[in-house]
Write a new protein. Structure first.
Length: 329
């Protein structure tokens, strides 16, 4: 018999006693430690303290992604499709109404209409990522995961462009930077944010004769609105904190809460009738190994892109509210 066989034969047999025993917690711990030492003797492998190295971990399937601001602005705009690189639409730049009552045979006053052509260029939002062939082969469903993530990245940037794009170079000219918006309304020191927002609703209706249908606001500013309390009683003006979750509305407007708009600024407007986002072909996701030296390095470039143009038919149907904190109602 060889030495190794002798060692195996001499090794203590753990857990083979079939007698029913009542063991104390201390005895259980001692037996567990003996079991670990026996395995170390047989295999020559030393387990970490507590025997953690001998435990097989449970793996949760899938990937836990980082979270980003969900795209929300695009959802409240009119949508459309285009096959061109430009979206053009005529705007009535001048309308002079000289209609008046006249006597029989009297001279009739002349009214004036003038039109200008407005053009919004189709712009491209794009991104890409490098992945090895081995990773795509070895990790199930990774390609579809990357596809989904790139689409999220595109949607995020589109949302930002629709609000804040400056129109320079490849950027979309966003709603907030359009010429002709209704003048800003600034919250007064003794005025609530709720009242200031309604003043902008009224100003837009007076300037464009269009009823706003949406409000875009930063989470911290929306919190201030939700937590507004009546002076004296201290009761919430909105829903009871223990009431069921309600849809976000204010003065009949659909409320979009997003970090894409700066804190301290809210945008009121007729999003569903006076602004339209035209897409050209939707989001496309493509793969190639022809980038740089990717072919010899077994790398693949995965690219996502979307083309679109934003048309704002009546800029005066939008206006900002500058929120300064103010007071409760």
């Amino acid at each position: 018999m060889t030495a190794s066989q002798t060692d195996v034969a001499a090794a203590p047999t753990v857990g083979c006693n079939r007698r029913t025993e009542r063991l104390t917690l201390r005895q259980l711990r001692e037996r567990r430690e003996l079991s670990i030492k026996a395995l170390e003797t047989l295999t020559g492998i030393t387990a970490p303290a507590g025997g953690a190295g001998l435990l097989v971990p449970d793996y949760v399937r899938g990937i836990l992604p980082q979270l980003f601001q969900p795209p929300t602005v695009r959802a409240i705009l009119l949508t459309g499709q285009t096959d061109s690189v430009y979206v053009k639409y005529p705007i009535e730049s001048l309308a002079t109404n000289n209609a008046a009552a006249v006597l029989e045979g009297g001279e009739k006053p002349q009214s004036v209409l003038r039109f200008t052509q407005t053009t919004d260029e189709v712009k491209k939002i794009a991104t890409w990522i490098a992945v090895s062939n081995e990773m795509l082969d070895d990790v199930p469903a990774l390609q579809s995961y990357i596809d989904g993530r790139l689409r999220v990245f595109i949607a995020q940037e589109v949302d930002d462009q629709l609000l804040n794009g400056d129109g320079i170079g490849a950027n979309i000219l966003g709603i907030r930077n359009r010429v002709g918006l209704t003048a800003d309304v600034t919250q007064g020191g003794s005025e609530s944010a709720i009242d200031a927002i309604h003043r902008q609703i009224t100003a837009i209706m007076a300037a464009s004769f269009v009823m706003p249908d949406g409000l875009v606001i930063h989470p911290s500013d929306w919190e201030a609105v939700v937590l507004t309390k009546a002076t004296g009683s201290g009761t919430y003006l909105g829903a009871n904190p223990f009431a069921p979750v309600q849809s976000r509305t204010l003065w009949g407007l659909r409320v979009v809460v997003t970090t894409q708009i700066p804190a301290g600024t809210a945008l009121v407007g007729a999003f569903g009738s006076m602004a339209q986002f035209f897409t050209r072909g939707g989001v496309s996701v493509d793969m190639s190994n022809s980038h740089d030296d990717f072919f010899i390095k077994n790398l693949v470039a995965i690219r996502a892109e979307e083309r679109g143009a934003l048309a704002v038919y009546r800029p005066s149907a939008f206006g900002e509210v500058i929120l300064t904190g103010g007071e409760s109602a």
